[in-house]
Design a protein around this ligand. Structure first.
Ligand SMILES: Nc1ncnc2c1ncn2[C@@H]1O[C@H](COP(=O)(O)OP(=O)(O)OP(=O)(O)O)[C@@H](O)[C@H]1O
Length: 260
């Protein structure tokens, strides 16, 4: 008799910890009758939702639908045309945006992350700066690479490492999984799931959303944005039922603003 085959031991990966800021009250982000247009393109029309503390909201929809614009409105970088968008009094947002262009190309990865200190303070927990870089899969010689020479995926990791040092309680992630290696992706999934604040994550990555999202905000085309209580699999099943098997249209259509 042969002994039963053994499962290989799980691969040990460094884990990402996102320091949490002040405790969230009952109100995190509330939208009431929110509308936004650029020119005659109506992106959002009468959108209402309330994000619960601890939720991980997956934001989905076609290119150019208005997802980043919603983030910009939450950050106060853009304003709604009508309706209300309010953040709770204790909310401290952390925004990892898509542009990643505020990075100094001449710095090394280590300097860009550590900011001249050997240790990183994660809201009271001190972590060695080189070990912290390792959480984002920058190990050994990778820490000496110049920012200007990084690939898209490396820049993405760098930006995550820089923003997730801050201790906030509302995390906004715009396409965080783009070009991420599988190790960092798993760590990020775990970190988001364990994060004690609320997270809004724009993503086209259905697998990632399936693992982390507790709610879905779907830009469905025709200026319609729907709030859905449930994860990606529930949303997909609901969509299939509603549309008789078809998922979202590939190209986003906008309703035109009426002109007077
Ligand atoms: N400041 C602006 N002035 C005019 N139009 C804008 C402005 N910002 C965004 N837009 C337009 O509004 C639409 C929504 O853009 P937004 O970046 O919010 O979309 P998105 O859903 O995040 O798209 P993607 O998935 O491609 O990043 C696009 O058609 C964009 O060109």
């Amino acid at each position: 008799m042969y002994p039963p085959p053994q499962q290989p031991p799980p691969q040990k990966v460094d884990s990402i910890t996102i320091p949490v800021g002040p405790r969230l009250g009952g109100k995190v982000v509330e939208a009431k009758g929110l509308s936004k247009a650029f020119g005659d393109r109506l992106l959002v029309d009468g959108l209402s939702f309330s994000i619960p503390p601890g939720a991980v909201v997956g934001i989905v929809g076609g290119n150019g639908a208005g997802k980043t614009t919603l983030f910009r409105m939450i950050m106060g970088q853009d304003t709604p045309d009508s309706g209300e968008l309010e953040l709770g009094d204790t909310v401290v947002p952390m925004y990892v945006d898509q542009s990643r262009d505020d990075l100094d190309a001449s710095k090394t990865v280590y300097d860009a992350i550590a900011d001249g200190s050997d240790e990183i303070d994660l809201n009271g927990r001190t972590v060695n700066a080189r070990a912290y870089c390792g959480w984002y899969n920058f190990k050994g010689a990778d820490q000496s690479k110049r920012v200007g020479d990084l690939s898209g995926g490396e820049r993405n990791r760098l930006q995550l490492a820089r923003v997730l040092r801050q201790s906030g309680n509302l995390l906004l992630l715009d396409e965080p999984t783009n070009d991420l290696d599988v190790t960092t992706l798993r760590c990020l999934e775990e970190a988001v799931s364990n994060f004690a604040g609320s997270t809004l994550v724009v993503s086209h990555d259905r697998w990632f959303l399936d693992r982390v999202a507790t709610h879905i905000l779907a830009f469905e085309g025709d200026s319609q944005v729907s709030w859905f209580e449930g994860g990606w699999a529930d949303y997909e099943a609901y969509q299939r039922q509603k549309t008789g098997g078809q998922l979202q249209p590939h190209r986003v259509k906008f309703r035109r603003l009426a002109t007077v």
